[in-house]
Design a protein around this ligand. Sequence first.
Ligand code: CO8
Length: 257
Amino acid sequence: MNKEHINVWEEDRIGIIQLNRPKALNAINRKMVDEIVDQMQAFDQEDQIRVILIKGDNRAFAAGADIEEMMEETPLSLELLDPFAVWDKISLIKKPTIAAVNGFALGGGFELALHCDLIIAAEDATFGFPEIKLGVMPGAGGTQFLTKAMGRRKALEWIWLGEPMSAREALHYGVINRIVAPELVDEEAIRLARQLSNQAPISLRLIKEAVQAAEDQSLLEGKKIERKNFYVAFASEDQNEGMRAFKEKRPPHFKGV
Ligand code: CO8
């Protein structure tokens, strides 16, 4: 299932995508984004997959967009290519997505992690938006995601200064979920993914949509989506199973129907 710039495999109902340009610290070129998004969409449609996990290698999750590929761009070539449009498709993935970060997650690499629902990182991982040092700025959602996570003042400070953000700082500001020893990142990410893969899949999707609405919409609109999704959950066999299992004092077995 491997492609030119990513390795892909499945493990215990978890669809795993590993960025694979180690010599360039997994710098993300356009082909790689296309491959990542295609694969995420494929996993999203595959019944046996319950969670999608994205990782890099020990040195880097991804050290940014590929600077070499980007350096000759012009406003008009960018306008025509619209290289960020494909990134929007990541936000439409319905299943839970987890980023497992070792080493650098910079620029577009940080943005890829921020597109995921949950982020697990090594305690010595480095995040950041160094774009300002290249005379540009984040372009794949970084200004939006970071501001929503840490508020305007802190986001401006980090993006204006372009300094590295330690995993501890990222955790402190609520930008990532958990930090663990570097050698435990994969294990912890898989453990969390397994835990999620045992939850009711329809509920996971409905909750994701409702939480997303809390970020994107007004309180009233968000509550309407929550309510609609609550009602939809009652159309599932898993609702029946979950409540019956409670009554029968046994663990539920969710099928995603
Ligand atoms: N793009 C291309 N190549 C890269 C990148 C990158 N972002 N990062 C590292 N590499 C390459 C290096 O050029 C080097 O290649 P070579 O061995 O052929 O010289 C190799 O990876 C190893 O890198 P270093 O020797 O620099 O390794 P160090 O351990 O000394 O340093 C750093 C690691 C600090 C991570 C350093 O590599 C670095 O600063 N990298 C650039 C980080 C950066 O500026 N990222 C932001 C890029 S801009 C961006 O992401 C905009 C997002 C918008 C998306 C645009 C889509 C079109």
